[in-house]
Design a protein around this ligand. Structure first.
Ligand code: GLA
Length: 730
């Protein structure tokens, strides 16, 4: 049984594939954290609580040293009762005070996993079952209950947590912080890995030793952000790609978040993750409930690679949905870098004619098809086709594409409003704003108040008209600015701080509508490139545009960082022209194809302007995509090179789950003089099996040789070259 409760020792055990999450009801009724790591059989591990530490802090049981709040490893610490570390819950209760104190009331164990109201979350799947423990805590004085939700997955070392706060009293109560998870770890010798960056260089890993005090990444921007990702790993100092212990944390949320580790006075680490409480509060009316987004926790004793593969498994099986999850997605061509705003039907069809001959299956019309938009300074919110550019609208275009055997995709930015738009002239109060204050502009646009149902309804109506006007197979949902002057014309003063979260819930509501009413449309999320690459978005869209930087060498870094937590099959990646539009670099066409192959794969260029040689390479690249995409979708991903520790080369591998085949893609990023070949060691193969490389089938290698001795890769000339090797077991 994956979840058990020992009545005698009052210990809860959640057993995942080969790891345990253990808690106990400690003296005083506090739910205490005991262990998170490899499987430990003992029924009573309460000695791990270390309740005999001499404190110099308040203690709830006076001189009975059994409940020192500042020492107790707490599952859901509250503010105000003597635990001075980061807390998970604080309130503004009756009389304006903040204190709360949650103790055990009851629990129940459920097969499967109930959904989280209005929020994206992992779910039970036939091939990846799970069980859930609900522990109800109560604060009688504040008349609040906290239902802690823990799910454990049987086939992967993953756990999820969330919490529902319930007002059981007869007066309103304001929540000022509700984090999704707190985990107290009895050591501090960790490195903390986070993903950081900016526009065009998202999710670059950073690794540093934990030290006393607090260290965190967060967002207060209203999106999960380019700057930091809601992902953190805590790992042993010696953990590397293949060995060592790692705990990975990720928040299934697309708005402002915090992910924080604190090393305390006893060299223990408290880790918390949840909605950022900056400018956050939530009023709970009597009987009302608030649900915090889900935190995912992954345990690996096989280094960072093991952690990544656990996240990939969980997200591919228990988070991503829809018919495109399990099938090869159409090869698309997007006109953004090909034309920017300067396009019309004729130009698009010129691109499409050439593209269809080369084997491309879907044309995406990016920004600029609506209102009177011919630069980024107008028309967001006016989702009506500009018939001067596209006579006959999408109906005509999709008809013409169909004749070419191609499908149509369309770009939207549904959360935005341009000051120069009909929508803004009619509904200026629909923009998020603080009355009487100048409204900050970003990319000449404002953010729509998605907390308001009537705003969503209106935008939905316009989107629906477009979607019903033609055969549209794909949507790119973009979001190109952050929130400033947070204020809603529809919320009373006491609820203004709910706007940030209500906005995110509004976005989820719209995406839910879109995916429910148009289940056959392939949805790709995007936010100025990859500012909302998070598991919340993955619940609605099986792929997310990873970065506006399409340079293959930069992509090696961005996709390396992204792959730490997110499956490669979700990473939006396209081949574009050189010199690259973001960094001006020239890379080989082959390398651009090989970088995109480790993602969704597609093109972002005008094929009519390519050289004959480049054009000829496209059908070959598409052939590779068709042949190997099943490995990207279902195989195990291995990072062989590390571009951050040696910037001259990189290599990734996808191995079939049954070890029958693998592709290894090698990049010669910078050529090295007097260096004929590089030895590359493969991973994840069957030691005892024999493999051949497809281009030289006569030579057999044992899995042991390929993994322990490696192969020599040479013969590449110049910078930014690459080669794909396909190993097949005999
Ligand atoms: C964002 C996206 C791009 C493109 C432009 C259009 O920057 O990331 O891919 O769609 O918007 O304005």
């Amino acid at each position: 049984m994956p979840i058990s409760f020992n009545e005698k020792t009052r210990q809860f055990r959640l057993s995942a594939l080969s790891s345990d999450y253990i808690m106990t009801i400690a003296p005083g009724g506090y739910l205490a954290h005991v262990w998170l790591g490899e499987h430990i059989p003992d029924d009573d591990l309460s000695y791990l609580l270390r309740l005999d530490e001499p404190p110099f802090t308040p203690e709830s049981n006076d001189r009975d040293r059994s409940s020192y709040m500042d020492v107790l490893p707490a599952e859901f610490p509250c503010f105000g009762v003597g635990d001075y570390r980061e807390h998970a819950l604080s309130i503004c209760g009756e009389g304006g005070t903040s204190t709360c104190d949650m103790v055990y009331k009851s629990h129940r164990i459920i097969d499967g996993k109930p959904p989280l109201e209005g929020l994206p979350a992992t779910f039970a799947a036939d091939n990846s079952p799970c069980s859930t423990l609900e522990v109800t805590l109560e604060d009688k004085a504040a008349q609040l209950e906290a239902v802690l939700l823990y799910t454990v997955f049987e086939n992967v070392n993953a756990f999820t947590r969330s919490v529902r706060i319930r007002n059981t009293g007869d007066k309103p109560c304001t929540l000022t912080r509700v984090y999704s998870a707190c985990i107290d770890l009895d050591r501090s010798d960790y490195d903390m890995i986070t993903l950081n960056g900016s526009w065009a260089r998202e999710r670059i890993p950073d690794r540093c030793r934990l030290h006393h005090g607090k260290q965190s990444v967060d967002s207060v921007r209203g999106t999960s952000s380019h700057q930091h990702n809601p992902f953190t790993a805590l790992c042993s100092h010696n953990a590397d790609e293949d060995t060592g212990e790692v705990l990975g944390f990720n928040l299934v949320y697309s708005g402002s978040f915090v992910s924080l580790a604190e090393v305390d006075q006893h060299e223990r680490t408290r880790y918390v993750i949840g909605i950022n409480d900056t400018d956050f509060s939530w009023e709970l009316v009597p009987g009302g409930e608030f649900t915090a987004p889900e935190a995912v926790i992954v345990y690996s004793d096989k280094g960072l690679g093991g952690m990544s593969r656990a996240f990939h498994y969980l997200y591919r099986n228990n988070l991503i949905r829809g018919k495109y999850r399990d099938i090869r997605r159409p090869v698309l061509i997007n006109n953004w870098e090909a034309t920017y705003f300067d396009f019309n039907t004729e130009k698009l069809l010129g691109i499409a004619r050439q593209a269809s001959e080369l084997g491309i299956e879907l044309l995406v019309v990016d920004d600029g098809w609506f209102g009177h938009r011919s630069s980024d300074n107008s028309s967001l919110g006016d989702w009506i086709v500009n018939e001067e550019k596209l006579p006959g609208g999408f109906a005509y275009l999709s008809g013409e594409l169909k004749k070419l055997g191609m499908k149509l995709g369309v770009w939207f930015e549904p959360e935005m409003i341009s000051p120069d738009s009909r929508l803004y002239r009619e509904h200026p109060d629909w923009a998020i704003q603080v009355p009487g204050r100048r409204l900050t502009m970003s990319r000449e646009q404002y953010v729509l108040d998605y907390s308001r149902p009537e705003v969503r309804e209106h935008i939905w109506g316009m989107m629906k008209n477009v979607l019903d006007s033609a055969d549209i197979s794909y949507i790119k949902w973009d979001m190109n600015r952050q929130i400033t002057e947070a204020g809603s014309a529809a919320l009373p003063p006491g609820r203004q701080k709910e706007l940030w979260h209500r906005y995110v819930l509004g976005v989820y509501d719209m995406m839910n509508r879109l995916t429910t009413e148009y289940p056959d449309i392939l949805l790709e999320n995007c936010s100025g490139g990859g500012a909302r690459f998070d598991p919340g978005m993955l619940y609605y869209s099986p792929q997310i545009w990873c970065s506006d930087d399409t340079d293959a060498a930069e992509r090696l870094k961005i996709q390396y960082g992204t792959s730490l937590c997110y499956p490669c099959s979700s990473i939006g990646a396209h081949v574009s022209v050189c010199p690259n539009h973001t960094v001006g670099r020239n890379t080989s066409f082959t390398m651009r194809g090989h970088a995109a192959l480790a993602g969704t794969f597609g093109y972002e260029l005008d094929p009519t302007r390519l050289s004959d040689e480049e054009r000829a390479a496209i059908p070959e690249q598409i052939e590779d995509f068709r042949r190997f995409n099943h490995l990207v979708r279902n195989g195990d991903y291995y990072r062989i090179g590390n571009i951050f520790s040696d910037n001259t080369w990189d290599c990734y591998e996808f191995a079939a789950a049954d070890r029958s085949e693998a592709i290894a893609v090698y990049f010669q990023v910078l050529a090295r003089p007097n260096y004929a070949s590089r030895r590359v060691r493969l991973k994840g193969l069957d030691q005892a099996a024999y493999y051949y490389e497809e281009s030289a089938p006569e030579k057999l290698y044992s899995g042991a040789a390929l993994m322990s001795c490696g192969i020599n890769i040479g013969g590449l000339w110049g910078d930014y070259q690459s080669r794909l090797l396909h190993f097949i077991s005999k």
